[in-house]
Ligand binder design. Structure first.
Ligand code: FMN
Length: 198
């Protein structure tokens, strides 16, 4: 007999852990934003998925802090309508996880962790210098979802920024040179090391 669990009969945290253990693997959006006061915030999010190819739009689900306040990423993206999503690659695992520390809005994870920033190409929010793939985005839409509520942000990519050597001569991404990290349940992660074509 299968175990059948009804979300309506479970606690919020049990529902969260079931969903995040079963909705796997999830890509990780490593997001930089800037506050109205000029503080650069960086944080990872795995409630992250593609929505539309034309124009390129994806969604990010950002929960509230335990005290009900908006997380800095959501607040900044709503205030300034700009953010950068970086591909979290395997060699940067500890930096990415370090950015999940819940610092106050006037504190910068980039500064706290010594992460170098560079100017972006199309938007004014800076990018993380160490990353090789960046999606410079404008906020397409914001919606509150669920009881938390979660801030659901839709980002429209206005520039794909790729390091030298990631595109082949036909302009396609060299799949095998990317080292994306994915999030599983709890504190589990998985790299992408094997690929096949079907
Ligand atoms: C790999 C990873 C994925 C995460 N995914 C999410 C997520 O999808 N939604 C969320 O609200 N928090 C997520 N978190 C937690 C946030 O990164 C954390 O709350 C962070 O402090 C938010 O920062 P901010 O307040 O500066 O925006 C994740 C953490 C890690 C390490």
């Amino acid at each position: 007999m299968p175990d059948v669990l009804l979300p309506s009969e479970l606690s919020p945290s049990r529902n969260y852990f079931l969903l995040t253990s079963l909705l796997v693997p999830r890509p990780i959006a490593w997001v930089s934003t800037r506050s109205q006061e000029g503080v650069v915030n960086v944080a990872p999010f795995s409630f992250y998925g593609g929505i539309s190819g034309n124009p390129p739009i994806f969604g990010l689900g950002i929960a509230r802090r335990a005290d009900g306040r908006r997380k800095d990423t959501a607040q900044n993206a709503i205030d300034l309508s700009e953010f950068v999503v970086h591909l979290a690659e395997e060699p940067l695992l500890s930096e990415m996880v370090g950015c999940s520390a819940e610092l106050e809005p006037d504190q910068s994870e980039a500064e706290a962790l010594g992460l170098e920033l560079v100017d972006s190409h199309v938007i004014s929010v800076p990018s993380l210098a160490a990353t090789r793939v960046r999606l410079e985005c404008r906020l397409h839409q914001h919606q509150e979802v669920g009881y938390g509520p979660v801030d659901f942000l839709m980002g429209e990519v206005v520039a794909f920024v790729l390091a030298d050597g990631l595109l082949d001569e036909r302009g396609r991404v060299e799949e095998e040179s990317l080292e994306p990290l994915s999030r599983l349940g709890g504190a589990w992660y998985a790299p992408v090391r094997e690929r096949f074509k079907s």
